[in-house]
Design a protein around this ligand. Structure first.
Ligand code: AMP
Ligand code: MG
Length: 480
């Protein structure tokens, strides 16, 4: 078709050994309906022309037509799931291709929920409309919060049944990512018995995401450092808004440093470091405050795969890699402190600032106020109307803090820039998703999405800012 030429495909992943992927086509769905289309993102990707022919656009994004100029594949990968290694792969996702944007950036265009692949094991290769709407909403909220993330270009729905606990509608999500290369891709590469595979994957990935490492003395070690730094930044970005990924398996950790896989994720309301929402995370492995430890553990799995490339002497190699992890906690903590002081309107640290921060967290641990409103309420006082903020310990702390920031120019602006006024509140997300997927009413979803796309705006009073009165054991689920 003529429109096929609009896509500027350049599928570099196909240059890897064939063990890394399988050529696969999406399975068509009946009567596809383009339910959501992210025109702003389409513009950034150089895809504006596509919207001129809605039928064509719908067909491609449904997986009913693959443009002639590309070869679609499912990617092979492995991963430690809750600490245990498994061979996985795209069981319900198909990479349509990599496109080059007008700004010469490269992005994967992937259809999620597009039918079975050679890696589907016993799965149906499908996703429910509900879970794809969830990924669309939260990933776009993360982008609004300036947190590195895969993006959502579209959702196509169909009445084709998806069998879960109940019969549901089909949703196909178009996911856009810097790449879908995971820690688990490296883990699979070293387990396939040919030392060439890890070398090739490393060269390819470093060239795609961290090309500067080839100018250093030890490219593999520099690559490890870069990936560690990007994850330290990412997980800290999560912590500062109360985000809990929920399933930080190594197959869900992107080498490019994007948040990927919005299964059981959720946002913490009342402050509790041990908060867990995922129904299957019974041990709290992926709890809010465990995320730095888990990131480190996952990155160690990556480091193991790179050992043969870091140094020919195994002992030396291990020593060099270990050094990076000896510094991990301190690097993580440094960024944590910078971020949280900024949330208090403090950019240049002075003596006593660390105590100020620690005192606030000590109070939050006992009083359990709403995490985001504690910070944003410092500049939007209506968010401190809840009784918990009348507490004398908090008032004493606030007076001390006010005295500290009174000398900082424009500290109110800093507070507005660093503290979102709206986050995806679990109860509102749930309500919007139920209305959209069960009642075909997209209004609450679209209203919530619009708010979440500009989360730093000032509101005098708004239902989107309030935590629920109780979470009633709120739970999230994987792979639905
Ligand atoms: P996730 O929990 O989404 O990270 O998925 C873990 C693994 O299970 C990945 O390899 C997925 O491709 C696969 N998977 C999840 N759901 C399905 C499904 N419905 N059909 C086939 N594979 C699936
Ligand atoms: Mg996954």
């Amino acid at each position: 078709m003529a429109q096929d030429s609009i896509w500027n495909f350049d599928n570099s992943y196909l240059s890897l050994p064939s063990v890394f992927f399988s050529e696969t086509s999406p399975t068509a769905i009946s009567d596809p309906e383009l339910l959501l289309y992210n025109s702003n993102l389409a513009k950034q990707l150089g895809l504006t022309e596509l919207a001129k022919n809605k039928a064509y656009l719908t067909d491609v994004l449904a997986g009913n037509h693959v443009p002639k100029s590309t070869t679609s594949i499912a990617q092979a990968y492995g991963g430690h799931q809750f600490g245990h290694f498994n061979v996985l792969g795209d069981g319900r996702a198909i990479l349509i291709g990599e496109i080059i944007t007008p700004y010469e950036e490269r992005f994967d265009i992937q259809l999620k929920g597009s039918g079975q692949t050679p890696y589907s094991r016993r799965g149906d290769g499908r996703s429910t409309l509900y879970s794809m709407l969830r990924e669309y909403l939260i990933s776009e909220a993360m982008a609004g919060l300036n947190i590195s993330t895969t993006r959502s270009l579209a959702i196509v729905r169909s009445d084709d049944p998806v069998y879960r606990q109940t019969v549901q509608q089909t949703g196909v999500l178009t996911r856009v990512a810097e790449s879908h290369i995971r820690v688990g891709t490296f883990e699979l590469a070293v387990r396939m018995g040919n030392p060439d595979f890890i070398k090739k994957l490393f060269s390819y990935t470093a060239d795609r995401h961290y090309p500067d490492v080839f100018d250093t003395e030890n490219p593999a070690l520099s690559f490890l450092q870069e990936v560690i730094q990007s994850q330290i930044k990412l997980v800290n970005d999560w912590l500062k808004v109360g985000f809990i990924h929920g399933v930080m398996n190594t197959d869900n950790m992107s080498i490019a440093g994007e948040t990927i896989d919005y299964g059981p994720c959720a946002f913490m309301n009342h402050f509790d470091p041990l908060t867990v929402y995922s129904s299957i995370d019974e041990q709290g492995r992926y709890a809010y405050s465990n995320q730095s430890k888990i990131a480190k553990w996952n990155l160690m799995r990556l480091a193991e795969t790179l050992l043969p490339l870091i140094h020919s002497d195994e002992k030396k190699s291990l020593e060099l890699a270990q050094k990076e992890f000896d510094q991990f906690d301190e690097s993580f903590q440094t960024i944590w402190k910078i971020n949280h002081l900024a949330k208090l309107g403090i950019i240049k640290e002075e003596d006593g600032d660390e105590d100020l921060l620690n005192e606030l967290f000590a109070w939050m641990e006992t009083a359990k106020p709403d995490f985001n409103n504690t910070f944003r309420g410092l500049v939007d006082p209506h968010l401190h109307n809840e009784p918990v903020f009348n507490n004398s310990d908090f008032q004493t702390w606030k007076a001390k803090w006010l005295q500290r920031v009174s000398s900082v120019d424009n500290y109110e602006n800093l507070l507005e820039d660093y503290n979102p006024s709206v986050i995806p509140r679990n109860h509102l997300v749930e309500e919007a998703l139920i209305q959209a997927s069960e009642d075909e009413n997209m209004t609450p979803f679209n209203e919530l999405l619009a708010k979440l796309q500009s989360p730093f705006e000032h509101y005098t009073s708004d239902k989107y800012q309030q935590p629920p009165s109780s979470e009633n054991g709120y739970q999230t689920f994987c792979g639905t």
